[in-house]
Design a binder for this molecule. Structure first.
Ligand SMILES: [Mg+2]
Length: 341
């Protein structure tokens, strides 16, 4: 089995703003495994916020490359545990490797990954579409331009005054489902003020109102909040799950945080045990990683799988979205291929 990683550069269709920054490009690592019959793919879209980089993803892969023995691929739980022990902090690299192995398993069995996982294709589920932080004019123009999406996730958290104004204007123009993600940008005082107003505007829930690590304050906010509070930056893997009990109403899981689908399923089981709602998110990444996540989407309450839709030049195709509904590929494995192939 030959394996290699390479970096690809992606352009966003529009500049994308979140509370800490605005970006118009993204680079990701693509892993390909080749057994001479077929190519199996994984993707890692690292985030500086989680202390990962293109270099750290490729470095972590190099450390475990020799563990990728084809005979072990069907024992994926045991193999991923071995890989975890070598690179416990490299969640993005592990997610990328696990994706490629799942692609292999599905292709060898000639079934889509969701079927291998015992899940339904999530074709009856809708994803939100994200509107990044920008000027009022641009945000309102996007609300209009992306009207085929029945659920919008609005990024806020850079300026509480602007946040309130922009949400009032958006609500005047649409009665679609609105969700909000502050990416940790509010103080506790701003958060409660904004959330009360967002409740009046009929917003469904608020994601990560306070910065990462402020769990005591988040628990206080939850008590006062008229809206459900989801965490994203504050949720990672099972080992710190207990910290979230009583602190939030829901969790946003992403492959690059859990380190793959297997750990994500354990997180889902924990969320069920403790009555937390679940949301499946993604990074700005190609159809490889977004489609990999989509294979487990039917197990979630809410979806935010639009990372590939924000790109101008996704080289791959896999899961598609029609009027907000997921359209899963029926091809085996991840069901992803290079466009035009
Ligand atoms: Mg978020």
């Amino acid at each position: 089995m030959k394996s290699k990683t390479h970096i690809i550069s992606l352009n966003l269709a529009d500049p994308f703003g979140v509370a800490p920054y605005t970006r118009s490009k993204k680079q990701v690592v693509i892993l390909t495994l080749d057994d001479g019959e077929e190519i199996y793919c994984g993707e890692g879209s690292p985030s500086k916020y989680y202390n990962e980089s293109l270099k750290s993803v490729r470095g972590a892969f190099a450390k475990v490359k020799k563990l990728l023995v084809e005979e072990e691929f069907f024992f994926i739980e045991a193999l991923m545990q071995k890989i975890f022990e070598k690179i416990p902090k490299d969640n993005t690299a592990r997610a990328m490797i696990e994706m490629a192995i799942f692609d292999y398993i599905g292709k060898k069995l000639n079934i889509p990954l969701y079927k291998y996982l015992g899940l339904k294709p999530a074709n009856d589920k809708q994803t939100s579409f994200t509107i990044g932080i920008d000027t009022m004019e641009i945000m309102l123009e996007k609300v209009e331009r992306f009207k085929q999406f029945p659920i919008l996730k609005i990024k806020l958290g850079r300026d509480a005054k602007h946040d309130i104004q922009v949400m009032k204007e958006i609500r005047k123009r649409t009665n679609r489902t609105l969700r909000v993600d502050a990416n940790g940008g509010w103080t506790p005082e701003e958060a409660i003020r904004c959330i009360k107003l967002l409740a009046d505007l009929g917003v469904e829930y608020v994601e990560q109102p306070l910065s990462r690590g402020c769990l005591k304050r988040l628990a206080e906010l939850k008590k006062k909040s008229p809206l459900p509070i989801f965490v994203d930056e504050d949720v990672h893997r099972c080992d710190s799950f207990h910290e979230l009990i009583g602190v939030c109403d829901g969790i946003n899981l992403k492959l690059i945080k859990t380190g793959g689908i297997l750990e994500m399923r354990r997180m889902l089981a924990n969320a069920r045990t403790f009555g937390l709602q679940t949301m499946l998110g993604c990074m700005i990444e190609t159809s490889i990683a977004v489609t990999a996540a989509a294979h487990i989407a039917s197990a979630f309450d809410h979806l935010d799988l639009d990372g590939n839709l924000l790109l101008a030049d996704d080289p791959y195709e896999g899961m598609k979205v029609e009027n907000g509904y997921l359209r899963m590929p029926e091809r085996p494995g991840l069901g992803v291929r290079l466009k035009g192939k």
